[in-house]
Design a protein around this ligand. Sequence first.
Ligand code: FES
Ligand SMILES: [Fe+2]
Length: 445
Amino acid sequence: MPTTIPIIPMRQKSIQKQPLDTQTLRKLVDFECGSIDRRLYWDDEIYGLELERIFARTWLFVAHDSQVANYGDFLTTFMGEDGVIVTRAQDGKVNVFLNSCTHRGNKICLAEAGNKRRFTCNYHGWTFDSAGSLVGLPQEEVYKNTCKDFDKTQLGIRRARVESYKGLVFATFNEEAESLEQFLGDYRWYLDVLLDNDVGGTEFLPGNIKSRMQCNWKYPAENFAGDSYHAAWTHNSGAVALFGQGVAKSDQTKAYQANMNGHSWQFGLDMIGNAMVLGEQDILDYLKENEAKVALRLGKLRSRMIGSISSANLFPHTSFLPGQNTFRTWHPKGPSQIELHTWVLVNKSAPDALKNMYMKGVMRSFSPSGVLEMDDGDNWENATSTNQGVVTRRQKLHYGLGMDSRIEHGELKGNVHLRKYNDSNQLAFYRKWLELMCDERVGAS
Ligand code: FES
Ligand SMILES: [Fe+2]
């Protein structure tokens, strides 16, 4: 939740810092000792490099299929700081292209979502179809008669590569990027807990909350990746206010962190933990009743993960709480600001009354006025603003919890660590971050 206290503006020019070469970057994260340099959270130069080497290079979640179910359905969102339009074309394919006119750069779609088959720019009236191709312009003969080699087909909008996994649509502007299948890898095994626990798959409920927080985008991403440790402290008073009792300490001998390729999931096998947050007995009953059916579909172990106290981050900036069902992206807006987009993800087959309960429960807990989001937001904003202090920024941050907790597990995929009170997933997030930041090859063009 944005605070009312103004954030101190950064004065980047007055800050002395090492030039940002690969050697300097590598020193920012110490995986042996478990420590991180605070420069990651305030530096404009690092932020600029993140836009180039992470957001313009990896696959990014842009929409759920259900948001663009029919021909002409569209929404506008961001890939890094690039505005994009996501829309369903007549051939059924989802296209993603820059929300910027090829004439003078004006934003061509001002709406957040809707249905239209053409996008006409407000400035001079150039019109683009649902593939981003230029299909019309006022007084076209002027161009034909006086503009040498005028060719409409060369003036379409830059399109991204698009692939999807079980309802989640991803895009990248990087032609050299691996396939989405490779990018997700074994994370798909975990994603199925969320996306494939019932016949018919999932949908986003209508509506999308957008809010701003004055924090670096990595704080919420790493929090959802694996910061189980904060919950019993940060959210204790919130839990008392909501349910009349504090957050229960979880059994760490049956709790895990798993990560692969920067994607993370931390969970217990205690079923019904996250769903408790919704404060709806009917949802708890629904999950309990379904557990046996899910076990047949995904196996017993994954059937226990659906409503457990857990959180997950799909690298780099998409997070969710399985069972609680908030689903969100942390769009970067500078080193110390994000735009948070929040949806509610449900099984399509769930009864309408239950879907409504999910919606209300998410609003009560994880929305701008949600009790638990306010708890988190204050922490992330204060951590971001303090890191830039001239002495403060020279002090390292501690990420050393659970360094010896790696285990082999017969069933769980990826790098598995015992105990959720653990920094392993967060370090794995930064391992992927560093790998991409040090890769000097050009990503998107
Ligand atoms: S800027 Fe879009 S038509 Fe001119
Ligand atoms: Fe939290």
